[in-house]
Design a binder for this molecule. Sequence first.
Ligand SMILES: Nc1ncnc2c1ncn2[C@@H]1O[C@H](COP(=O)(O)OP(=O)(O)OP(=O)(O)O)[C@@H](O)[C@H]1O
Ligand SMILES: [Mg+2]
Length: 263
Amino acid sequence: MRFGGLTAVSDVSFAARRGEITAVIGPNGAGKTTLFNCITGFYRPSSGSIRLHPASGPAIALHRLPGYRIARAGVARTFQNIRLFPGMTALENLLVAQHNKLMAATGLGIGAVLGLSRYPQAERAAIDLARQWLAATRLLERADDPAGALPYGAQRRLEIARAMCTEPLLLCLDEPAAGLNPRESDELARLLLDIRGQGTSLLLIEHDMGVVMRISDRVVVLDHGKLIAEDAPAVVRADPRVIAAYLGEGEEDEDAPPTEVPA
Ligand SMILES: Nc1ncnc2c1ncn2[C@@H]1O[C@H](COP(=O)(O)OP(=O)(O)OP(=O)(O)O)[C@@H](O)[C@H]1O
Ligand SMILES: [Mg+2]
């Protein structure tokens, strides 16, 4: 991905496997969010390809699709800076996420005019799914509160609930633990393991190494837009190139503990 003269992500090739949590880590400015923006269609990559392999059927070339088609293909995301609809209730935020399904159920309006709409059933199913994810994220009792009035940690959980209401094959999370206290981070880790357990694959950008090391199946490390490591968490955390990337080149301190990526 190039921005004018700046190459933000270059020659990065890896696979996020089905049913796994793949973490994407790296120092600030490494290109992690840019990578997500390419996968989810916010940017169209300058070159290269990104493919989604559904359990059945042919691979889908995401790099050729507009964002709304990528979402429909089964890729959902959350944002580094929370992007909810603050004036809508928590429940309404989760219903908006199911807009595609609901529109299809109206027969794009024609069925409704003819009184043939399946809309009431579809709406009930959408509310049920929303309530299921409100419960899973401990937000059920806040269902009717405006999203913007929720505490920060609750807003982060609501973003995950909203993404899950699209019933994605792949969930992309951009720093979901940012700003959470240790108890909330633990709870988040459990939620992500539950989501994996239900069959959704995850791509996880995260600076909280406690969370990354505990729940990831694989870790991909970016530095200056390049992939510098891809392996199991324990291998990556002991990789000298990864440690150097985090400490900054030429800034290694002899007194610093050499074998751990800083949290
Ligand atoms: N729209 C854009 N136009 C120009 N440059 C951009 C754009 N988006 C990102 N960049 C640049 O691309 C590089 C990678 O940025 P990116 O936001 O992907 O990093 P990151 O790994 O997510 O960092 P952080 O951990 O701070 O979130 C940076 O140099 C950034 O300034
Ligand atoms: Mg980022």
